[in-house]
Design a protein around this ligand. Sequence first.
Ligand SMILES: [Cu+2]
Length: 159
Amino acid sequence: MTTLRLIGAGALLLAGAAAYADPCKIAIESNDLMQFSANEITVPASCTDVEVTLRHSGKLSARVMGHDWVLAKDSDVSSIVNAGLAAGASRGYLPESDKRIVAATRIVGGGESTTVKFSTAGLVQGTRYAFFCTTPGHSAMMHGRFEFGASARLAEARK
Ligand SMILES: [Cu+2]
């Protein structure tokens, strides 16, 4: 039953993406199993702004299984996660006005969703970016690669 429901949700997501056909709008899900629905997001360089909507398809509250979606350079992930841990729950496990953070949503619990819109002006093509969740202990499972521009992916594929 659970499997069927997950497949259903995936099909809905795909249908939604096809209907939009806007590559600058990203929809990603998170769940009670500490997972994101994607481990890679690619945004074309033609996007001047990117809109990311994070939905929590689970049932657990934000306090128990809250997730956020944070974007930064891959090399900055662990230090941002640590700074988020120090910032604590009251600050949504995010360091305040940290310039290394490209974008971040608030933390959502089961049934909630949140959207962040950000400019790609500060993103550099070919740089390794990562998206991750800053809730303590989550980033090991909840992280993925974020690529800005197709050229990075092509360069990677040629290796
Ligand atoms: Cu999380």
